[in-house]
Design a protein around this ligand. Structure first.
Ligand code: S3P
Length: 434
């Protein structure tokens, strides 16, 4: 089992760029597969999650090439050109790959079965299966979890679906099925979630109407291949935003970060805690806004995190909880029960780790209350195979007085290959073992 041994560090300095956005990379390959013609993707995240999507698309008869690092060429087969897979589709650790594929595959003329690793096999799939069934899909889960068995040949019809949980994966699964449905497909979100599907479908020539949390589309005749440039992943940048808040003595810059407003909750949350963050050099990669983020030294203090920010930063809470552990005073996060059904139960995993370090906290059903500001000890923390838990506690080394050992770190490669090397290049001291 691989682990990190992280020595206490007292500063970070320099600048860096993080790997490509995971959500956008998944979608680029999937939508490219359904388009007519050749889609070029640059800045693609070569993490295990997106590679799982790429393999799945390959198993559906689509040629996908990787001519150079971060470059992907997808030879689209058109909306009706996918072939029956002759294997069970293994989505690894990737919830996005599985849930989006459910939407896509329930509209195909062939059967398919989706599985994943130990973590993914425990995650809830009915949230996507249920609305897809309402569209006419034939999908079975095993007591709500994978394997997901999909029977082909269903005739889908559009629905108007009010999502009970704010989930971009569920929204996207429904919209993907909507590409094949008769009549209009509409999803109503209880809170704004990331809108990469809506934006990227437009880049592929499909009209999507999105206003005030109501997203609709009509099945297009075809999707048109395009070029996608993937910005850096703000969810990966989050670890360095927090690291810089804790350890920068001079402005620290993270270049080329996707700053789609449905993803920037972490910037608002850190600003509420006193961070000095500035977005500079604004530009767009296709439909996605991009900027460089400058972090200047500032003393963090605790804050009450507004619940409206939770879906806009859903993957950033492990990093945010570490910031809260170092911030003076109390931070309160509520309305974040979704954290319990991520790659691990992130409320439980973070609470356990903070406990090991001696950080005072209370566990809530839907969040955490953290009393921070005191330097903490080192200790041994189980990441539970969750990439973001592992990276968050590596950043905690900037506030620790002793080494932090982090167990089960191999899954960092799902979203952030090269994390330890990049972190060490700006001042962290992570020894990768095993
Ligand atoms: C994602 C949506 C979010 C997020 C995940 C990626 C996406 O999941 O946590 O990492 O790409 O649509 P939910 O839809 O379950 O909130």
């Amino acid at each position: 089992m691989t682990s990190y041994l992280v020595a206490p560090a007292d500063r970070v300095a320099g600048e860096l760029a993080v790997p490509g956005d995971k959500s956008i990379s998944h979608r680029a390959v999937m939508f490219g597969a359904l388009a007519e013609g050749r889609t070029h993707v640059s800045g693609f995240l070569e993490g295990e999650d997106c590679l799982a999507t790429m393999r799945a698309v390959g198993n559906l008869g689509v040629s996908v090439q990787r001519p150079a690092a971060g470059e992907v060429i997808v030879e689209g087969v058109g909306l009706r050109g996918l072939r029956a897979p002759d294997v069970t589709l293994d989505m690894g650790n990737a919830g996005t790959a599985m849930r989006l594929s459910m939407g896509l595959l329930c509209a195909q003329p062939f059967d398919s079965t989706l599985i994943g690793d130990e973590s993914l096999m425990r995650r809830p799939m009915e949230r996507a299966a249920k609305p897809l069934r309402a569209m006419g899909a034939q999908i079975e889960t095993l007591e709500g979890r994978p394997p997901v068995r999909i029977k082909g040949g269903a005739q889908l019809r559009g629905i108007r679906y009010e999502m009970p949980v704010a989930s971009a994966q569920v929204k996207s699964a429904i919209l993907l099925a909507g590409l094949y449905a008769e009549g209009e497909t509409t999803v109503i979100e209880p809170a704004v979630t990331r809108d990469h599907t809506e934006r990227m479908l437009q880049s592929f020539g499909c009209q999507v109407r999105a206003r005030d949390g109501v997203v609709s589309l009509l099945a297009p005749k075809s999707l048109r291949a395009t070029r996608i440039r993937v910005p850096g992943d703000i969810s990966s940048a989050a670890f360095f935003l927090v690291a810089a808040c804790l350890g920068a003595r001079a402005p620290f810059t993270i270049r080329e970060v996707g700053v789609n407003p449905t993803r920037t909750g972490i910037l608002e949350m850190l600003a509420l805690m006193g961070a000095d963050l500035r977005l500079v050099n604004h530009r767009s990669y296709g439909m996605e806004p991009v900027a460089d983020i400058e972090v200047r030294p500032a003393q963090l203090h605790g804050a009450r995190i507004p619940e409206r920010l939770v879906p806009l930063a859903i993957d950033e809470f492990p990093a945010l909880f570490v910031a809260a552990a170092c911030a003076e005073g109390e931070t309160l996060v509520t309305g974040a029960a979704e954290l319990r059904v991520k790659e691990s139960d992130r409320i439980a995993a973070m609470a356990r780790g903070l406990g090991v370090l001696g950080v005072a906290h209370d566990v809530l059903t839907d969040g955490l209350r953290i009393r921070g500001g005191q330097r903490f000890s080192g200790g041994t923390i189980d990441s539970r195979g969750d990439h973001r838990i592992a990276m968050a506690f590596a950043v905690a080394s900037l506030w620790a007085t002793g080494p932090i050992e982090i167990l089960d770190t191999a899954n960092v490669a799902t979203s952030f290959p090269g994390f330890a090397e990049l972190a060490n290049s700006v001042g962290l001291q992570i020894e990768v073992r095993g």
